[in-house]
Design a protein around this ligand. Structure first.
Ligand SMILES: *Cc1c(COP(=O)(O)O)cnc(C)c1O
Length: 403
């Protein structure tokens, strides 16, 4: 039964091997369409999507309001470049400023690019304020900030950097969740500390609230910028619009991407007036960044989250999922820990997680695994309790087959 697609998975897989650069290990299905938290493959099989395109499709697939916005804006104007003003871009910036600590926004197209902007802004600010000797950025061991050269350098994972040297100078790594290490690491050259409030790719590591508070105080005291990479934790993923809001502190710079466009590529770098004044015409730019299509969609995403009540709904779903995963931990000895915030949840196992991802796939549930042993759950924020029950029951079945 074809019905959904012209090509079956094995033909698509063959062509991928022939024509695509070999950068991904893909699961052996080809997805064709989606609806809400469900996606369908080329053979017409249905899956419960608890991965959401890696924390991107926060309103699920084919949300009618997003489809309507994309269609309307595409008919009107898709792209102009930043040589002109457009209403969706300024409206989106205003909305993000009203909803966050920030005063100004720079738009780009991805998480890595948002982090590039943050790194350039921090360096430029430190250069203008303290002079050219102040350029160093401290980042965290096991962090993830992207794959472009500077964001890859910021990423504290040697295995991802191997063979791409020389890396960008001016980065050093300190352990996450350890304030004392930061205190001894800073020098006169330190311009900024950059981190994810919760390490997501790094295995869903939630820090002590006191750590982030202490970090904020220490950075303020030493005039070091605090950069939060909220590319994954932002846009309601952890139960509040931005994760920093749950720790009672504010960064100086914050980056967003993944959920921001609900699936349409867009990234953003947000900062206070004081810091963002380091950028002036000619210092940074993006051809596609902040195009009317992406911005109109992001505005609609924010609308649905805030006015549409999806953010509150996700908080309830997050508690329900966390409770269910906690219950599984009590049942299966191969689960070391259940942890997370909101709908960013992880199960750390004592065994390899990859075979379990494949077994879940066979049972028609999409999840993934980070750091080898951490099953990660980042479903659309609109996931229902019935769908969470389905995920938990599949997990329970898969786990019960492990020793
Ligand atoms: C995914 C991710 C990035 C990179 O985003 P891309 O859009 O793939 O460039 C950066 N930081 C964090 C925390 C991420 O989760």
């Amino acid at each position: 039964m074809r019905g959904f697609a012209n090509m079956l998975t094995n033909e698509i897989q063959e062509n991928a091997g022939r024509y695509l650069m070999n950068t991904y290990t893909r699961l052996p299905i080809s997805l064709v369409r989606g609806n809400g938290c469900l996606v369908y493959d080329a053979e017409g099989r249905e899956y419960l999507d608890c991965l959401a395109g890696i924390a991107v499709n926060i309103l699920g697939h084919a949300h009618p309001d997003l489809v309507e916005t994309i269609t309307r804006q595409a008919r009107q104007l898709i792209h102009t470049s930043n040589l002109f003003y457009t209403e969706p871009q300024t409206k989106l910036a205003q909305r993000l400023v009203e909803l966050s600590f920030a005063d100004k926004v720079f738009f780009c197209n991805s998480g890595a690019e948002a982090n590039e902007a943050a790194i350039k802004l921090a360096r430029r600010y430190a250069h203008n304020t303290f002079g050219p000797e102040r350029f160093e950025i401290l980042t965290m061991v096991n962090s993830f900030h992207g794959r472009t050269l500077a964001s890859l350098t910021a990423t504290g994972q040697p295995k991802l950097q191997e063979g791409f040297g020389p890396l960008v100078p001016g980065f050093r790594y300190i352990p996450f969740n350890d304030l004392e290490s930061l205190k001894v690491a800073i020098t006169k050259q330190t311009a900024a500390v950059m981190l994810e409030p919760i390490q997501a790719e790094g295995g869903v590591i939630v820090p002590h609230p006191e750590y982030l508070k202490g970090l904020r105080e220490f950075c303020t005291e030493h005039q070091i910028l605090l950069i939060f990479d909220e590319v994954q934790t932002g846009m309601g993923r952890t139960g509040t619009l931005f994760a920093y809001q749950q720790f009672g502190i504010q960064p100086d710079i914050m980056t967003l991407a993944k959920g921001l466009g609900g699936g349409i590529p867009i990234g953003a770098c947000l900062a206070t007036d004081k810091v963002s004044s380091a950028f002036e015409p000619g210092t940074h730019a993006s051809t596609f960044g902040g195009n009317p299509l992406a911005c109109a969609v992001a505005l609609k995403v924010l609308d649905l989250l805030i006015e549409g009540g999806k953010l509150e709904q996700s908080l309830v779903a997050g508690h329900y999922l966390a409770k269910g995963l906690g219950f599984l931990k009590g049942q299966f000895s191969c689960i070391r820990e259940s942890r997370g915030m909101g709908l960013l949840q992880g199960l750390e196992l004592s065994i390899d997680g990859k075979p379990l991802v494949l077994e879940c796939l066979e049972r028609r549930v999409l999840i993934n695994c980070t750091m080898g042993r951490v099953l990660r759950f980042v479903p659309p924020l609109i996931i229902s309790t019935t769908q969470i029950d389905q995920l938990l029951s599949v997990l329970s079945g898969v786990l019960s087959k492990q020793r």
